[in-house]
Each structure stands twice: as C-alpha cells, then as structure tokens.
Design a protein around this ligand. Structure first.
Ligand SMILES: Cc1cc2nc3c(=O)[nH]c(=O)nc-3n(C[C@H](O)[C@H](O)[C@H](O)COP(=O)(O)OP(=O)(O)OC[C@H]3O[C@@H](n4cnc5c(N)ncnc54)[C@H](O)[C@@H]3O)c2cc1C
Length: 446
C-alpha cells in the first residue's frame, strides 16, 4: 500500500513514524518548506542565535531513510480524488492508496491597505524567518507588530534580542486576555513594558503606508498616530492552509472537515494537525486546535487507523505551554479567561517576581478542573491525573509538591499557596507529600 502524506510538520511526520512502527507500507511525505521535519515552535531561537537549524530538526537526517520514509521537497498542487492521484509542482503525478493531508496553517491577513508591501509579513514558515533575517540585516529602526498573541510576543522578543525597537499593537485592552485570566494577562503586560517594548493596548492597525514598494509607516486606528517603521509583523492568528483543496471535492469549511477517525469526506483521505476542522469535537474543545501536541496526537491516531486498528481521536486533557519573554507559561485543563459562576479560582502571585499559580475547581463537587502556571513548572502527568480523576481541591493542595517540577524554592510556593487557601477558607491544611521523584512515580502508578 502506498501512503502519501502532504506536509512534513509534526502532524505529518508523527503519522509517518507511527505508520512505519505498525506496518511495512510504502510512505512518501511531501513538503514545500524544508527537506526534513523541524520544530516550528523553536523557530525564534534561530533568529535569536541560540540554535542552528540542525538543532531544531525533529530527527537526524539519516532517521528518515533508515525508517524507509521518503521525503520529497516539492509542492503538491492538486488532488484528484477520483483517480487517487496527486500532482506536483515539478510536473509529476503520483498515485496513492491512502492520502494524509497535513498542510498546517498560514498566517492571517485581513486586507489592510499596504499589507503586501516589502517588509510586511507574518511568522509561520522557515521562509518567513529568512525574510525577517534579510530585513534585519538591511536595518530596521523600528518594527511594529500587530496582534497580541503567542507569535506576536515571540516576534517582539526576537527583535528585542537584536536591540531593534518594537511597538506592539494589541487590539484587546490587555495582552491575550481572550485566553489568559486578568491577573496573568496583566502580569504579561507589565513584563512586556519592562523590556522596553512600546505596548499599545486597545489599538489596531488602520493602514500600512509605503514608499518605493517598501513599508515606511503604519497608521493606528484609534489614535490616528503614524508610526515610522521598516518592518510590520502581522501576527493576527493563523488559518488552516487548505488552498490546494479548493477544487478537489474534499469538504472544507474553515479547515478540512473530518470525523472522529480523522477521515475526510472522500474515501481513503485523512487530515491531521492544524489544517483540520473536527466536525464534532469533544465537549469543551474547539473544532480547530492549532497547537503542536494536537498535531502529534492526530498523527499517531491516524497511523493506527490506517494500519488496521481503527482509533477515534481523543484530545485528552487540554495542555499548552509557551513563553512570554522570560515567563514560562503552562496550562493544564480548563482555565477560561473569564471564570464561570460554578467555578472557584484560587490564585496566588509572588509579591515581587513574575510567578503565579492558579488552580480552578468546581465549587459544588470540589473537583479540580485546571491549573495555570506562570514562571513555575508543574508536572504534566501529575496535573492531568488529578483533573482526570476529578480529585478534590484539598487533596490536591495537600499533595501539591508532587506537581512541582522546579528544582528550587518549591516549599515556598506550594506553602504560600496553601497559606493563601487557609486564610480564605479558615482551614489549616498542610503539605503532606514531598517532591521526591520516587513519591511522584508512586503517585502516578498508584
Ligand atoms: C512561531 C511559532 C511558534 C509556535 N509556538 C507554539 C507553542 O509554543 N506551542 C504550541 O503548541 N504550538 C506552537 N505553535 C503552533 C505549532 O507550531 C503548530 O500547531 C504545528 O507546528 C502545526 O503542525 P502541522 O504538522 O499541523 O503543520 P505545519 O507545521 O504547518 O506543517 C505543514 C507543512 O506542510 C507544508 N505544506 C503545506 N501545503 C503543502 C503543499 N501543498 N505541498 C507540500 N507541502 C505543503 C507546509 O509548508 C509545512 O511545512 C507555534 C507556531 C509558530 C509559527
């Protein structure tokens, strides 16, 4: 059986690896971006000089040939679902028995005047990083970044690392406050400003002005201010990259519509990763979840189904992590930006450092529903187990040390968190567990 995979990102390459683990099928994977899969989440570290491209490859180059996964660098232009053939940019037509579409996302552009000028771009593909590099070498006296999300703040950090002044236009009145609760969002606002970034909250882009085909300034919508700049980063979200499907007959909406087995509307064609729109997501989950780990899980799931073990996609407990300059952020479970009425949210924040712990629980049942960590690392497996098992908040608090992954000062933070709870509730809970690895292991097995 010949399996073709379009896209060598985390979703496509996870599918390839797991198909190989489970079968001897012939696997060919196409990418129009790179010769070998790499970690997109680490792109910023190339620009910042912390890593070279070889360091962010998912595996060493020999891995793919050794595992008989053929990677071809070419663009797939179209899919003929009737004859089961894909057409390549270089002209070849290749037939498949099963096809996996893993084409990822593309940066959004919302039709702003001037958005196609030189010096205006998003950050998604390796080629975007290359053009950022070229623009930086030519000289940027100011970069304006539009859009207050994860990629925007990464771009701000990238320019900051090269001492390039940045103005950050964020439409919301606090950074990423559609996802982060108020306190965490405000912590990030302060942290951005502390880095010397000009943060303009509640501000949008009206227009990009150019000269000789290149960007020369932006006009802000609310204030009407004109900001001179040689670079505009458009980081206003991403959308599924599904342009090649337009005339294929495969059902699409915002993304490629798939069922729980990640099957598209056409026989023997599956889709995984950022390009997917689930027709019937699990309660509390979105139809499109453009994050690294969902791509990896979808890749693994589709591999099982293709190899004969039909498996439904189960996204598990929500998890994500990111970095806001120096503040590491992790979320496990459900931490809505606006706390619903039936949820109690316990929040502790360090008096002087950018560190915070939030734990949400259901007020009626007392079972824990989510963890938000800023500047402190908690163990994924421990938090996930507590959420899955609907563990009561006080049991979690007494054993909170088991979750802490940081080598230093753990007593202070967990102790401080419990003290805050005791003060609010009038109780006198104490930390029971110690953060010894052996205890963590026992807890996870037990
Ligand atoms: C700067 C940045 C930082 C991020 N940080 C985080 C983070 O901290 N945490 C997190 O969870 N997520 C993060 N993400 C999101 C995460 O990287 C994506 O969710 C994930 O990489 C998507 O994987 P994928 O395999 O679905 O698609 P992609 O990684 O986009 O791979 C798809 C590949 O298919 C190729 N392709 C598309 N069409 C064709 C075609 N017609 N022919 C051939 N090849 C094609 C594309 O060029 C691309 O190489 C970040 C993204 C960016 C851009």
């Amino acid at each position: 059986m010949h399996i073709i995979i379009i896209g060598n990102g985390i979703a496509g390459s996870s599918a390839a690896r797991h198909i190989r683990k489970n079968s001897d099928h012939v696997i060919t994977m196409f990418s129009d971006e790179t010769d070998y899969p790499f970690s997109r989440t680490a792109l910023m570290y190339l620009y910042m000089g912390h890593m070279k491209f070889d360091h962010i490859k998912l595996y060493e180059d020999w891995f793919w040939a050794k595992n008989r996964i053929k990677i071809i660098k070419d663009r797939v232009n179209s899919i003929d679902t009737t004859n089961k053939i894909i057409s390549l940019n270089k002209g070849d037509n290749i037939s498949y028995d099963k096809l996996i579409i893993a084409t990822g996302s593309k940066s959004n552009k919302f039709g702003w005047p001037g958005q196609d000028l030189e010096g205006v771009q998003g950050l998604y593909h390796l080629q975007d990083l290359e053009s950022m590099e070229i623009a930086s070498e030519k000289g940027i006296t100011r970069a304006v970044i539009v859009g207050g999300g994860l990629i925007g703040i990464e771009m701000a950090e990238m320019f900051h690392s090269r001492h390039i002044p940045v103005t950050f236009l964020v439409r919301e009145d606090s950074f990423w406050n559609i996802i982060l609760p108020k306190e965490e969002s405000e912590m990030v606002n302060r942290h951005i400003v502390a880095h010397g970034i000009v943060l303009k909250l509640g501000e949008e882009l009206a227009e990009i002005k150019g000269q000789d085909g290149k960007v020369k300034s932006v006009i802000c919508k609310s204030s009407g201010e004109e900001i001179s700049c040689e670079f505009v980063g458009l980081t206003v979200g991403v959308s599924p990259n599904i342009d090649i499907l337009r005339s294929s007959g495969i059902s699409t909406n915002r993304g490629i519509i798939v069922d729980e087995y990640l099957r598209t509307s056409e026989d023997d064609i599956y889709a995984v990763g950022d390009c997917v729109e689930l027709s019937d997501p699990k309660p509390g989950r979105l139809k499109i979840e453009a994050v690294w780990y969902t791509g990896r899980m979808m890749g693994e799931t589709v591999a099982k189904t293709i190899c004969g073990d039909q498996t439904a996609y189960d996204p598990g407990i929500w998890f994500n992590s990111a970095k806001f300059f120096d503040i590491e952020y992790q979320v496990y479970g459900d931490i809505p930006a606006i706390i619903p009425e039936h949820i109690t949210s316990l929040y502790w924040q360090h008096a002087t450092e950018n560190k915070a712990i939030r734990i949400n629980f259901d007020t009626a049942t007392e079972s824990v529903t989510g963890f938000n960590l800023m500047g402190i690392r908690y163990r994924h497996a421990v938090c996930e187990k507590w959420i899955k098992e609907r563990t009561k908040i006080e049991t979690v608090l007494e054993h909170l040390s088991l979750a802490n992954f940081d080598p230093e000062f753990f007593e202070a933070y967990e102790g401080a968190f419990i003290a805050m709870y005791n003060q609010k509730s009038g109780k006198s809970l104490k930390l029971k567990a110690r953060r010894k690895l052996v205890m963590v292991k026992q807890f996870l097995i037990g």
